[in-house]
Design a protein around this ligand. Structure first.
Ligand code: CA
Length: 139
């Protein structure tokens, strides 16, 4: 486990790296589409957010949030993703909303770096953002 320092520019650079970002998002989408029908259901998306640990960063939820409230929150997230109200989230919707969310996180972080303790194999996008920055900083 290591501690990484992340600020808004780290996240923005990750989102701005079209190839890296799309690859990460597409991989994540494929991993989340448990029944391989090409779209994410409400339940699949909820699992996504539980595993990505984005909730804490983007929505300011703490661990003590009661279950009903979490369900409401996940419903509202689902509605954000499901732009056309079809009841499922397709890859295009997922890409565009992930971009917005990551940029919102970047905005929230601003130029104030935060420290995050992450496992080396942490699947979160924030970890990938930090890795990308580290790889660019390397000589
Ligand atoms: Ca699915």
């Amino acid at each position: 486990m290591g501690v990484v320092i992340i600020d808004g520019s780290t996240v923005r650079a990750f989102v701005g790296d079209e190839e890296q970002f799309r690859k990460s998002v597409d991989e994540r989408f494929a991993a989340l589409d448990l029944n391989r029908d090409g779209v994410l259901s409400r339940c699949e998306l909820r699992k996504a957010f539980e595993s990505m640990r984005l909730i804490e960063a983007d929505f300011g939820v703490d661990v003590a949030t009661p279950p009903q409230e979490l369900t409401r929150l996940y419903d509202s997230i689902f509605e954000r993703f499901d732009g056309d109200g079809s009841g499922t989230v397709d890859l295009e919707e997922f890409r565009s909303e992930m971009r917005k969310i990551m940029l919102a996180i970047a905005e929230g972080l601003g130029s104030c770096p935060i420290q995050m303790a992450l496992e080396d194999d942490d699947p979160s996008f924030l970890k990938r953002a930090a890795d990308l920055e580290a790889s660019k900083a390397a000589p």
